[in-house]
Design a protein around this ligand. Structure first.
Ligand code: 13P
Ligand code: SF4
Length: 327
């Protein structure tokens, strides 16, 4: 749907055709004392308006550190929810409340509770891509950039559950040599990459390095020269002397790669089907028009029940302090 049609449906009337969305967003940002935090998977035009663009961990840290009154989170629901958990006194806006996450959706809190009950002696490490209700049942949270470090905080004899991403869990198991009980979730975007087409690209461009996100499946990851969070693979691409990279994660990250190293070539890894499945449909629900409307109307907001917020904060604090005993 075009932005114009989308606005007609949202508002009942179109925005003036001469409205400069970029200018208006910058004006509202100042007048609301708002900060825009954006994930790398957002459209480039949203990233370019953001005060900070980063990976999940950096965005959680930026949310904690901001002195703005309003946080507009250009990302998906669990990310904005995390910003609210660490910032209960601030207004946290998500341009489209329906911007979810397939991984998070695959771990319903009730089923998770039953799963934990079946493993009563286990400690629980949850990837930040989960709901507040799942976080609240976890001992500690991790992101793709610190998962190995967080799991390594536990003594080797402590039995662990890792949820909800079985691919990140398998990657951590390989890095640490430690068995964990894995919740069987996966990201619809990162499971779409074709090993066959990736190998074809490597044959076509033998000089290219392969950069992959650990949410990819093990048979894809085994072809990677570097595995890391979005920030980690961006930094690797910028700092390495090589000039060609095959990028196996959501295609939005290419925006910052091309900006930082315009002389280099970045090739998005293809999905198996002839589709745009290497774009996260949830992330892409946010548009410039919705960012404008959210700042104008201070809505839609993330709201959380106090008890749930406090329970979800505890494992987040442990991650941020890297202290398993943080209360
Ligand atoms: P990052 O931890 O690299 O930000 O990844 C988040 C994510 O949702 C990947 O799909
Ligand atoms: Fe969730 Fe996958 Fe989208 Fe990341 S790319 S937000 S894990 S659906």
């Amino acid at each position: 749907m075009s932005d114009g049609l989308e606005l007609l449906q949202t508002l009942g009337a179109p925005l003036p055709s001469d409205l400069d969305l970029e200018d208006e967003i910058l004006r509202l940002k100042r007048s609301r004392n708002a900060v825009i935090l954006a994930h790398y998977y957002q459209d480039g035009e949203i990233q370019d308006l953001a005060d900070f663009v980063g990976d999940s961990l950096q965005l959680a840290q930026a949310a904690l550190g901001t002195d703005a009154d309003v946080i507009l989170f250009a990302g998906v629901h669990f990310m904005a929810e995390t910003a609210k958990i660490v910032n209960p006194g601030k207004i946290v806006l998500l341009p489209d409340l329906e911007a979810g996450c397939s991984l998070s959706d695959q771990c319903p809190p009730d089923r998770f509770r039953a799963f934990l009950a079946a493993h009563p002696d286990h400690k629980v490490v949850s990837y930040i891509n989960c709901s507040a209700a799942v976080k609240a049942q976890s001992d500690i949270i991790c992101t793709s950039s610190n998962a190995v470090e967080i799991v390594s905080l536990f003594a080797p004899e402590v039995p662990l559950i890792f949820a909800p991403d079985r691919n990140l869990g398998a990657y951590v198991q390989k890095q640490t040599g430690r068995e964990m009980v894995l919740w069987p979730g996966a990201c619809q975007v990162h499971e779409t990459f074709s090993e066959r087409k990736l190998v074809g690209l490597k044959v076509q461009y033998p000089d290219a390095l392969v950069l992959a996100h650990p949410e990819c499946e093990p048979h894809v990851l085994r072809h990677a020269d570097h595995i890391g969070s979005t920030t980690a693979i961006l930094q690797f691409a910028i700092t390495r002397p090589e000039s060609r990279f095959i990028v196996v994660t959501e295609a939005g990250i290419l925006h910052q790669m091309k900006k930082a190293a315009p002389e280099k070539t970045f090739i998005p890894a293809p999905p198996e089907a002839n589709c745009a499945c290497n774009e996260c449909p949830h992330m892409k629900r946010n548009t410039l028009a919705k960012v404008y409307l959210a700042l104008r109307d201070l809505s839609p907001r993330i709201e959380l029940d106090v008890e749930l917020r406090e329970a979800a904060l505890r494992p987040l604090k442990r991650m941020l302090s890297k202290d398993l005993n943080a209360a």
